[in-house]
Design a protein around this ligand. Structure first.
Ligand code: B12
Ligand code: SF4
Length: 500
């Protein structure tokens, strides 16, 4: 039987996480096919490692997981080279990037299949069909080329998560020892585990890449299963903290409270992502239990303080500027740090309006900091994702914005910056606007350094805070070279790029 090689392209320079996406794909074929993982985060020369496996002639199926940004930079040239050097192999891509940009991926000519969305069922079915010469045209969640045309099969309903096969941590540990590679030191603990406890999201925010893939669906593992998995890793490899990577960990108050009750005795710190309007409905007792269980910080998409923009972003119709401020204050009472992310630079009819909106949100962020100074702020610049049909994406198309035509265009530095949501190529944003956002970010991070940067000592924090104080208080953000210099010198970490 042919073997399967699964590749996780490099996604971060340091603090590598359990590669949950590729590991769940390994789980889907575990026991059916022999498989190996090559983790680009842990290899100095991942191509060399891949080539070593492929030269054995035993591997026919190659699966790549690809997130936008740095992962595409490694995935694209590697896939091309593999197809040239090992033409008999079958290249299958999955993950957010190929799902949202399947056309360019298929047109590249070096990817044979894209798995469109969850691969837990589609991947083993596809391999079974290919291995046994059976038709694959009826398998759901697939994209392939037939007679020069790109064919997308129908989408599978989101399936229950508990019956899925367990993640093969022990086999991963044989390839890459878990405590050495994946349990990193963070502000949460000395051995932080990345865990993914639910898939999708029930909402349809018009700027979000999760929406076209999951179409407002969400399925979660039960609190008991999540607890058992975490406990296994804690007992076996000593994990003492958890980052929940779910798009929306706190959809269900009951599940969050049940999990909290189970995890209390384990004394682990943890972090997860949520919506403000959902959690604002949680009872006080639930929030207190969640904190007691070790939840130190929660990431929220605040996005904007402007109600009209929030409506355009389709934040469920229930989030408002007033609520964002009030909720920051509420979190203070429970000693949970709200980590608010804002998306600045959305389109507007005139450049003056775009700039006015950026100014409005800068002032709003300062109001948030005033009601709860512990609030962590993450600033993104709006980078469109193809949320076809949404009011926001229609506006984006009217401005003439286009995604790259070919896969290789995605590798250019401009598009990489687009993916990192720091300096996108959107036609309505002028360099002045981008500079203003980045300058404000530098001053804000100077005045309020993130707690997640554990290398930044108390002395350094005081120095940079004092230095930024005058600028922050007088709204003087231009040319903050001295702050940027210190950030560079002290390697200030940005959670949104390097991991939260
Ligand atoms: C962990 C994570 C990271 C980690 C690294 C991940 C890694 N692989 O090592 C870090 C923190 C480094 C990171 C960085 C970035 N990330 Co990130 N990240 C995530 C996160 C939170 C979890 C991914 C994950 O492990 N999921 C768990 C698995 C089980 O789910 P899955 O990925 O959906 O996989 C399923 C399917 O997609 C499919 N599948 C996936 N891979 C494969 C492969 C094959 C062969 C097959 C068949 C199927 C398949 O099957 C899987 C099982 O059903 C997601 C959000 C999320 N909750 O998914 C964002 C997310 C993927 N990241 C995103 C982005 C944009 C980034 C950045 C590029 C930019 C940024 N500023 O955030 C940076 C890049 C910076 C850098 N230096 O690389 C976006 C992508 C948006 C988009 N436009 O497509 C997401 C969706 C967050 C969001 N909501 O916006 N990220
Ligand atoms: S709530 Fe978060 S994950 Fe869900 S659609 Fe909105 S931005 Fe995306």
């Amino acid at each position: 039987m042919n073997k399967v090689l699964l590749f996780n392209p490099r996604s971060a320079e340091v603090k590598h996480r359990v590669p949950n996406a590729i590991l769940s794909i390994a789980a889907s074929v575990n026991g059916l096919f022999d498989w190996v993982i090559v983790d680009g985060n842990c290899e100095t020369d991942p191509y060399q490692k891949i080539a070593e496996y492929l030269r054995t002639g035993q591997f026919r199926y190659i699966g790549f997981t690809v997130m936008p940004g740095p992962q595409t930079k490694q995935a694209i040239p590697f896939a091309k080279k593999i197809k040239e050097e090992f033409p008999g192999t079958i290249m299958i891509w999955g993950g957010y990037f190929p799902t949202n940009h399947y056309k360019q991926v298929m047109e590249s000519g070096f990817v044979d299949f894209v798995v469109n969305g969850p691969g837990d069922h589609a991947f083993p079915k596809l391999l079974d069909a290919l291995e046994n010469n059976k038709p694959y045209e009826l398998i759901k969640n697939l994209v392939y080329v037939s007679d020069g045309r790109i064919i997308k099969t129908s989408k599978e309903d989101l399936f229950d998560q508990d019956p899925l096969p367990a993640l093969p941590y022990d086999k991963l540990n044989e390839l890459y020892p878990i405590d050495r590679h994946y349990l990193g030191k963070t502000y949460l603990g000395n051995k932080t585990l990345a865990y993914h406890s639910s898939i999708g999201c029930p909402f349809t925010c018009s700027f979000c890449a999760v929406v076209p893939i999951f179409e407002a669906r969400w399925k979660a593992k039960s609190a008991e299963l999540v607890y058992r998995d975490v406990k296994y890793i804690k007992d076996k490899w000593g994990a003492d903290a958890i980052e929940f990577h779910d798009n929306n960990f706190f959809v269900s108050e009951k599940r969050a409270v049940d999990f909290s009750t189970l995890i209390i005795p384990e004394k682990m710190n943890w972090w997860g992502m949520a919506r403000i309007d959902t959690m604002d409905k949680f009872h006080d007792e639930s929030l207190a239990r969640i904190r007691e269980a070790g939840c130190r910080m929660i990431f929220f998409g605040a996005e904007s303080g402007n109600d009209a923009i929030l409506k355009q972003m389709d934040k469920g119709g229930t989030q408002s500027g007033e609520q964002i401020l009030r909720f920051a204050e509420r979190m203070r009472k429970f000693d949970i740090i709200p980590e608010y992310s804002f998306v600045l630079g959305t389109p507007a009819p005139t450049p003056e309006q775009v700039m006015a909106q950026i100014d409005f949100d800068i002032n709003f962020i300062k109001k948030v900091k005033a009601v709860n100074p512990a609030t962590e702020i993450v600033l993104y610049t709006y980078s469109p994702v193809p949320t076809e049909g949404s009011e926001l994406f229609n506006k984006v198309k009217e401005t003439g914005f286009r995604f790259p035509e070919t896969l290789e265009d995605w590798m250019t530095p401009q598009w990489e910056r687009f993916d990192l949501r720091k300096n996108p190529l959107t036609p309505w944003l002028t360099p002045d606007m981008t500079t203003k956002i980045r300058n404000f970010e530098a001053v804000l991070n100077g005045y309020y350094p993130t707690v997640s940067d554990i290398r930044l000592s108390g002395v350094k924090r005081r120095i940079i805070k004092t230095l930024s104080g005058f600028r922050y208080k007088t709204n003087f953000y231009r040319f903050p070279y001295e702050i940027k210099l210190l950030h560079r010198l002290w390697k200030y970490r940005q959670p949104e790029i390097q991991g939260f």
